[in-house]
Design a protein around this ligand. Structure first.
Ligand SMILES: *Cc1c(COP(=O)(O)O)cnc(C)c1O
Length: 481
């Protein structure tokens, strides 16, 4: 299957090469020439591993032995057997995506990506080791480290802003084991770390190096495709619970940042799954809410630091894929992306806006709104959710109230409440002056929900990666790996 760039001027590649390369050479994102034909009914009646195998084989047909890769990626790694369980809570069904090894939803994709990369490397006969470079504002770093730990032929280096991640997130990363992993703090903020990584990519382009550089963020189709599976799984759970009949449409509310998670939902629909409305939930950084409502994307606005930091984003990379999928027009996408880069905003043609509006609905929820939801959902339904999930819940409520659409609603839950213990504890009426670990313990006492094992054991783990460097030192640091 040929993959081409959303901007149209990079050469087409096969699916294995698309996974290896990540970003297309014209700056665009890879997509298959057409959506694969797919037996969605068979998929929905399968178990989770088989669902993942069918979906990944359809999107990445050049990667062989998919069943084996899926088994290796997921067996024994998640705290629940079905990987992404659903829980009925009041009017909605919560799809829990945070049961993986680092309690982050990114575990679902980052457990799979390394397997896909090594297999793609074999298919393409690539000799050199791959070096994954990642800048993280928190969750991606640890999930990527665990996913790539001791994977042969791949090294990973994660940079995080010194003092810019939570104590728990820092401890998760600096305690990481594995012979192929490096973690280093960079003086500055997340943007400094991110810019530093981008500059290394630019500086290394075309150079003879002992390794091939790649990245682990959601621009890679190998990270996006594994996320389609849990939409099928949630649908199956609703069928099994007798809440829907085969063919009934289901709505999904998705706490959104880079637009990868919600785009996976659109792709599930494109494969045939009866997806109703996809609800794009943002926090106070509501650039996507404005875009979906008006057709104008405008990143010229302040970036607020919120209690749902994984959604603190002004440029949602994967939106580019949706613009292409709904317009089929690479020249248009290239022009819109050029405008975003140079002018900071763009407006899509009316026809494209209408198509987006037919399938997506958008809303936002600030920190106070999220806190209110966490408290109310816990009191009324006994369900404890995190700050990101709370935004998804609130916007789902707004959607139902404003449209009167009462189809079954699945709210995607993207983080464990223990990732943000202070905010969650306060929201359910508790308080604690101690550090984040003390707050976790207090939250466990007040809520009765157990701390995930990987977080509970963190305090005792030795710190292995203690380096702090300046941004200017990053290239040298990487070359010495
Ligand atoms: C990454 C992340 C998101 C956003 O997902 P996108 O695919 O970037 O839209 C939402 N919530 C949490 C907790 C995350 O880690």
């Amino acid at each position: 299957m040929q993959y081409h760039s959303t901007r149209g001027s990079a050469p087409a590649v096969d699916s294995a090469q698309a996974v290896l390369t990540g970003l297309a050479s014209d700056g665009g994102l890879y997509l298959p020439e057409q959506i694969p034909t797919f037996d969605w009914k068979k998929c929905v009646s399968s178990d989770t591993f088989s669902m993942a195998t069918q979906i990944l084989s359809a999107f990445l047909p050049d990667i062989p032995n998919m069943e084996e890769l899926v088994r290796l990626a997921y067996t024994g790694k998640f705290e629940t057997e079905e990987l992404t369980p659903t829980v009925a809570a009041g009017p909605f069904t919560v799809l829990e995506l945070f049961r993986g090894p680092t309690s982050a939803f990114k575990d679902v994709a980052l457990s799979m990506l390394p397997r896909l990369m090594t297999a793609a490397k074999t298919v393409k006969g690539a000799q050199k080791d791959i070096l994954i470079l990642t800048a993280t504002s928190g969750d991606t770093g640890k999930a990527a480290l665990v996913g790539f730990q001791d994977v042969p032929g791949i090294k990973i280096c994660v940079f995080y802003p010194d003092g810019g991640v939570s104590d728990v997130q820092r401890r998760q990363m600096v305690s990481q084991e594995g012979g192929n992993v490096t973690v280093c703090a960079v003086r500055g903020n997340f943007d400094d770390a991110q810019t530093g990584v981008k500059e290394i990519f630019t500086a290394c382009r075309g150079k003879e190096l002992p390794f091939e550089l790649s990245s682990a963020n959601s621009i890679n189709i190998g990270r996006l495709a594994p996320q389609i599976t849990y939409y099928f799984k949630a649908y199956k759970d609703l069928l099994d619970a007798g809440k829907i009949q085969l063919g009934d449409k289901v709505n999904f509310s998705v706490p959104t940042g880079n637009f990868g998670d919600i785009l996976a939902g659109w792709l599930a629909g494109a494969l045939g799954l009866p997806v109703g409305t996809l609800i794009c939930a943002s926090n106070a950084n509501n650039v996507l809410t404005d875009f979906i409502r008006t057709g104008t994307y405008d990143r010229r606005r302040p970036l607020y630091k919120t209690q749902s930091p994984s959604m603190d984003i002004l440029v949602s990379s994967n939106l580019e894929r949706l613009l292409y999928l709904l317009s089929g027009d690479t020249a248009l996408v290239a022009e819109l992306m050029r405008k975003l880069q140079t002018e900071g905003s763009y407006t899509v043609p009316a026809q494209l806006q209408e198509k987006i509006g037919n399938q997506f609905w958008a809303g936002c929820c600030d920190d106070d709104g999220a806190s209110e939801v966490i408290g109310r959902v816990f009191r009324e339904y006994g369900y404890l959710c995190d700050t990101h999930t709370a935004a998804g819940w609130k916007v789902a409520e707004d959607y139902v109230n404003q449209t009167g659409d009462h189809r079954p609603m699945v709210v995607l839950s993207t983080a464990s409440p223990y990732k943000f213990p202070a905010a969650v504890l306060a929201a359910i009426g508790g308080s604690c002056d101690g550090d984040e670990f003390a707050q976790m313990e207090a939250l466990e006492q007040v809520s009765g929900v157990a701390i995930p094992g990987n977080l509970a054991g963190l305090r005792q783990k030795p710190e292995r990666h203690t380096g702090v460097i300046n941004k200017e030192e990053m290239p040298e640091f990487v070359l010495a790996l």
